[in-house]
Design a protein around this ligand. Structure first.
Ligand code: FAD
Length: 390
């Protein structure tokens, strides 16, 4: 029998092939060199300095639009993209958010629903990290219920004129291009908006206590005039943004387990060196019970992420299954981080350790890309056939 591996107690790595392992180590090394040594300081200051350079480096390692084909994208498998999300979020949820929004939301929308000209214009520069993208769906008054959005795109001759506001938009202030969803006379449509368009502005949202190493912004659209070909031609209706969200949520199923792994490792290390009552606290049964339970949920979550990844690679992943994974893994990840926090005692609240940072980051992850309640309602509907949304 192979020896017991505390880092992989279920032997899940046996499911990976050499290419998967190589991609995972590339991303892990990049994140430990470029993010881990600095992220506490970025978090404390509430900024992501050098974000443009970070985006370029992420482009160089193939992490932007990673599972998309062509246009300079890496064409990786869903499992490989998931492994990258896990490694990035083990560093910080803010970096994983940058990558998710770029690849799974902004690039995915253009790749799946854009014209050939839109793809040629934006995707290669987004894959390289030269252009950062954002995805504007949420509004100040419409979050969980985006169908009620107020942002409107009106036809004026052959042009479109957009008015409205979007809120809580990741990457907004640093984006070169925004994919903005708006009502039109024919239903909800997506627009590719260069952020230097007249009437467009993206003030940054300050005073966040979560995802502090991530840029979050409001988008203000004040008579933004766009040519006829700015609309994404291939989709009308909410299924457009929802299918992008499904792709991004899939990455979060993996990513959340990265934050959890980082906290679990911190808790194990600490419990072996911290002594109270003359012994390492890791030798007390109550601490071991916590560690055992954390390990169960961590590795069950990773196994679930693999399972969903394989289904996505086989073209068999349903949105309800993504809800299953997002709901479970983010909820369990936050629980693991909070338990780790208790094991570190007072040190658990310090930025000297990654634990509190991850736990507070996951408060955002719990809410964005569909709150816990929205995923419970998706599953509730799928299980009963009864719609409890409204
Ligand atoms: P609300 O929809 O107002 O919900 C408030 C509470 O009511 C929640 O608990 C919710 O579950 C509950 N609730 C609502 N309806 C029901 C119901 N029918 N039954 C039971 N409970 C209900 N959005 C983007 O478009 N692009 C981005 O890049 C982006 N990035 C984000 C980054 C951060 C850091 C954060 C915090 C958010 C981001 N969001 C983004 C927005 C995010 O998707 C929304 O916050 C989320 O959809 C929830 O919307 P809301 O905050 O308006 O909450």
């Amino acid at each position: 029998l192979p020896p017991f591996d505390p880092a992989d107690p279920l032997g899940i790595d046996d499911l990976l092939d050499p290419e998967d392992l190589a991609i995972r180590s590339t991303v892990r090394e990049w994140a430990s060199d470029r993010v881990v040594p600095h992220v506490a300081e970025w978090y404390e200051k509430g900024e992501l300095p050098g974000i443009r350079e970070i985006a370029r480096e992420l482009g160089e390692i193939g992490a932007l639009g990673m599972s998309l084909d062509g246009y300079g994208c890496a064409g990786a498998s869903a499992v490989q993209y998931g492994l990258a999300c896990l490694e990035l979020e083990a560093a910080d949820s803010g970096i994983r958010s940058l990558v998710s929004v770029q690849g799974s939301l902004a690039m995915y929308a253009i790749h799946r629903f854009g014209s050939e000209a839109q793809k040629q214009e934006w995707l290669p520069r987004m894959a390289s990290g030269e252009v950062i993208g954002c995805f504007g769906l949420t509004e100040p008054d419409h979050g969980s219920d985006p169908a009620s959005m107020r942002t409107y795109a009106k036809k004026d001759g052959s042009d479109w004129v957009l008015n409205g506001r979007k809120m809580w938009i990741t990457n907004g202030s640093v984006a070169g291009v925004a994919v903005v969803w708006a009502q039109t006379d024919d239903g909800i449509r997506g627009f590719v908006v260069p952020t230097d368009s007249a009437g467009f502005s993206a003030p940054e949202i300050k005073h966040k206590l979560s995802l502090r190493a991530s840029v979050t912004s409001e988008l203000v659209l004040d008579d933004v005039r766009l040519p006829a070909d700015a609309v994404l031609p291939e989709v009308v209706g909410l299924k457009g943004p929802l299918s992008c969200l499904s792709h991004a949520r899939y990455g979060i199923v993996w990513g959340a387990m990265g934050a959890a792994r980082s906290c679990f490792e911190a808790a194990v290390d600490y419990s072996k060196s911290r002594e109270q009552f003359g012994r390492p606290i890791g030798g007390f049964q109550l601490t071991q019970a916590k560690l055992a339970d954390m390990a169960l949920e961590l590795h069950k979550g990773i196994l679930l992420a693999h399972h969903l990844g394989r289904r996505m690679d086989a073209g068999r992943l349903r949105p309800e299954q993504v809800s299953f994974g997002k709901l479970n893994n983010v909820r369990e990840a936050i629980d693991i981080c909070r338990t780790a926090r208790t094991i570190l005692g007072a040190n658990g609240i310090s930025l000297e350790y990654p634990v509190m940072r991850h736990a507070t980051n996951l408060e955002s992850v719990l809410t964005y890309e569909g709150t816990v309640e929205m995923h419970q309602l998706v599953l509730g509907k799928a299980l009963t056939g009864l719609d409890a949304f409204r």
